[in-house]
Write a protein that binds this ligand. Structure first.
Ligand code: COA
Length: 261
């Protein structure tokens, strides 16, 4: 990578790139710099064919991300806040990123941190992680997808309780309401996340992109629209060399070597 980042670390292992939000003394709170750098780094990784899957995590053992940087809220007007939210959004960059994105949640996952995890495709948590949308305690409400994405993922009743109480829940409770896909002991978090990330990164990149797009359409559209788009994207796979390779490999009883073409 040519660019260096002040608030992020980037590590690559095989086809998996891990972005670590690196402000542990501030519990990895998202300030404007972090959001801008995150969106810029994703832009780089989008065009990097050597990367098939991206993982987001937090530095240290206390926090994934403890929310928006509250210090930046002080004295800010509603117009400025709206501009910040509608500018280069990290959450939108994650949500619209064409490759799979996994949240590896190693501690506090609160407010904007929970919103970052919600924008990711898969969430894997350590038993020591804790989740919540505590914005209500600051006299505000979630504004980075914490209302919409949380409600869609866990349902209105559970989302309402979390958002209205500002309560923090443990990882097992988060798992029980469908907020995270897996909960593992802290010392197995990286292994479990890499296992899932590597398995995904091994698949054909075009099929992955189309599958991600199809699932997102499925959860955002009505039945007829979703089914029609699913057929279109399925049929699109038939224009790829990867589809020929996948089918040939099965018939020849060998492992497919996908090229992303
Ligand atoms: N924004 C800015 N700074 C934050 C932060 C945030 N969201 N979360 C933590 N920090 C800072 C603290 O101010 C403190 O800084 P300091 O050392 O300069 O005083 C440092 O990180 C450590 O925080 P501390 O509260 O001492 O750590 P802890 O481990 O005891 O508690 C939390 C961790 C996450 C429970 C607690 O920091 C907290 O409640 N943070 C705010 C969470 C929140 O409301 N998020 C939603 C924001 S919209």
């Amino acid at each position: 990578m040519s660019e260096t980042f002040e608030t992020l670390l980037l590590e690559k292992e095989g086809r998996v790139a891990t972005i670590t939000i690196n402000r542990p003394d501030k519990r990895n709170a998202l300030n404007i710099k972090t959001r801008e750098e995150g969106a810029a780094l994703l832009e780089q990784l989008r065009n990097d064919d050597s990367v098939g899957v991206v993982i987001f995590t937090g530095a240290g053992d206390k926090a994934f991300v403890a929310g928006a940087d509250i210090a930046e809220f002080a004295g800010r007007t509603s117009i400025t806040q709206r501009e910040v939210m509608m500018g280069r959004s990290l959450f939108t960059a994650v949500d619209s990123f064409p490759k799979p994105v996994i949240a590896m949640i190693n501690g506090y996952c609160l407010g904007g941190g929970c919103e970052l995890a919600l924008a990711c495709d898969i969430r894997i948590a350590s038993e020591t992680a804790a989740f919540g949308q505590p914005e209500i305690n600051l006299g505000i409400i979630p504004g980075g997808g914490g209302i919409k994405r949380l409600t869609r993922l866990v349902g209105e009743g559970k989302a309402m309780e979390l958002i209205l109480t500002g309560d923090i829940i443990d990882a097992k409770t988060a798992f029980s309401i469908g907020l995270v896909n897996h909960v593992v002991p802290a010392d197995q978090l990286k292994t479990k996340t890499m296992e899932i990330a590597s398995k995904i990164a091994d698949k054909g990149p075009i099929a992955l992109q189309l599958a991600k797009e199809a699932v997102k359409i499925a959860s955002r559209s009505n039945l007829d629209e979703g089914l029609r788009r699913e057929v279109d994207l399925f049929a699109l796979c038939f224009s790829t060399e990867d589809k020929d390779e996948g089918v040939s490999a099965f018939l020849e009883k060998r492992k497919a070597a996908f090229k992303g073409k």
